[in-house]
Design a protein around this ligand. Sequence first.
Ligand SMILES: Nc1ncnc2c1ncn2[C@@H]1O[C@H](COP(=O)(O)OP(=O)(O)OP(=O)(O)O)[C@@H](O)[C@H]1O
Ligand SMILES: [Mg+2]
Length: 298
Amino acid sequence: MSTSYAETPETEGAPVDKSAGSKVELQAVTKIYGDGPLAKLVVDECSAVLEPGKVTVMVGPSGCGKSSVAFLIAGYERATKGKILLDGKGVGGPSWDRLVVFQESALLPWLTTYENIMFGPKARGFDKKQMKQRAEELLERVGLREFRDKYPTQLSGGMQRRAELARALINDPKVMILDEPFRGLDHMTRGLMQEYFSSLLEETPRTTLFITTDIDEAIYLADRLLIMTCIPTKVRAVIEVDLPRPRGREEVLTDPRANKVKEQALELLHEEALKAFAGGSKAAADFVDAYMKRRGGE
Ligand SMILES: Nc1ncnc2c1ncn2[C@@H]1O[C@H](COP(=O)(O)OP(=O)(O)OP(=O)(O)O)[C@@H](O)[C@H]1O
Ligand SMILES: [Mg+2]
């Protein structure tokens, strides 16, 4: 997670009602890594809107450029062309208002759970007493009160992800970006984490970009799905997931509306994965195989 927070003082776009959270707009964003003969076009004029207080889930083939889009929004990378606006203001470098939770644990191994959660507020020089109270509340909320003084290696995978969530949430970011945060967890823990995360969002709505390659996870969590093309990526389709909240995972899995969304999304993802496959990507071939097997089993 970032500790530096430069901003580009650039103001444009329509005024936004901030009561429901922040709005993020990507306007024809292009990212080329490197230059000359080594230049690689990864994001190609990608436009998208993350609505205030809503969960936007990005799904796309492996290696298509999803993390690159996340890094651009977070400010870890600069767009080669195009604009990224937060409430109408151009984003520059990393900032505490756009925090990323990665798949890999970013907890500091020499700090306890509590100290990890307090890392951001401490670095920012916030009032210690006030933040201590907030940290204790968050420990309770993420079910880690008993593990307050344990080190990351003493926590299970699921506990580490919850500690990561608390560590980000204490900074009260305007936008949360979660890049495959539950990848690598066993099936059962992953399901529990999805339910847990969904309840957190229902309790405190926040503009969220969640990245996953798991379509069931995507539909369960999303207000809106962004289906991404294969590399160089852009939004191929926007699908609204108009299911009531609070949501039960089993209910969603068997809901006919959710199944329709799933059909639609898989059709598009399949096409994109095949394109990537044609382009010779082993990862995309695995993706196609996995989906074909799953669909065959339905
Ligand atoms: N800093 C970088 N410099 C050069 N190329 C990069 C850089 N970061 C990513 N890439 C390339 O951009 C492409 C897209 O990578 P990215 O990680 O954004 O995809 P992804 O969809 O998140 O993949 P995955 O599904 O594996 O998480 C890859 O080919 C990768 O090698
Ligand atoms: Mg990625």
